[in-house]
Design a protein around this ligand. Sequence first.
Ligand SMILES: [Zn+2]
Ligand SMILES: [Zn+2]
Length: 394
Amino acid sequence: MRIEAIPEKLIVAFVVVLISYLQLTTNFYVLGPAFGGWTTIFAQKLLAPMNILLVSLYVNYYLACITEPGSTPEGWEPPYSILNPDESVPIRVGILGPRFCKKCDSYKPPRSHHCRHCGKCVLRMDHHCPWLGNCIGFGNYSYFIRFVFSVMGCCSYGAYLLLWRLQRILDMRKSPWHMHQVSTTELGVIGFNLCLIAIVLLLVGVLAVYHTYCLLKGQTTIEGWERTKTTRLVNRRKIDPVEFPFDIGFYHNICSVLGRNPLLWWFPRSSPGDGLKYDVKPDTDPLVPYSWPPRDPKDLGPSIIERIEQEQHWEGKKLVRRDSEGYLVKEITMEDRIRMLNVESIETEQYDELNPDEYYYDSNSAESDVTDDEGDHDVDKTFVLEESEWVDEE
Ligand SMILES: [Zn+2]
Ligand SMILES: [Zn+2]
């Protein structure tokens, strides 16, 4: 059974019950009594780090669940200079015009992606998270990161105390004078809780490591995939080399998510900025942030199954080509179109031979789960043209 099939509210309720069960039994049933009573200063001191992290965990989980990740403001457009680039500046292969979302019928701000679960373009989209019942994007990524690190800290310290208590019990069991003090139920709860914590640490640990890497590299999960794809395209010489524009150095990358004051990095608040504009590397071509990720121009070719009668219908009209991500490709004439069809049919055969694995769209891939548009992008590789990809120029 896929996790998508379970209602998100049910998953969130499960997470809350799991956290509550772990904290209540660990605090009040196992460790409190073991430290001479939950209210004693000694117990409070030893349990304080775990409980402070627990508060951080609850607060950030709540905020990550209820905070809007951010969507494209109505009527948003890239700046005039991006929409009307200087034609004397040479165009690099792979760097196309500003992105456009066909589903939302609007331009896409830099780093945004269309989420099929939310049915809208999400600013600085990272991924759609069923465990939070929300999309993780510009508005709530900082809460998500703090939640993940709070889980790691809280569970690690809780596991350390539980293991300490387990060791004590095992030592006591060896002593005949203390046999009556050892509760089998407590032993069972410690064992069960340690197993649960180990599973949580393993799953969230993978997330924590990956998101630490993303945080330091100034990228989202989707941009991680895009960077891999871009490197592959550059290595195969399909596009001109282009650097990921949003990686502005470890320290500034962290500041762009957790805020500019390191003393307040752990304090629950959203990321600075408006989610529509981002700092970029010095000397970055201004077009790159609006057109990232680069695309293989071959993907933008028209269908080989297009019908001649449609060509008749288009004759005399000025056409503008948009690809699945909405890139404005260029105005073409019917002659261009026929030439592209001829070239495409030859190139398609070569493409098929070179990259048989890439030729088909895998509907089960993680990438396709997250955003529709990445899926559409791959569907494009089958060279089936949707009529909606063509828009009459006004
Ligand atoms: Zn959209
Ligand atoms: Zn979503």
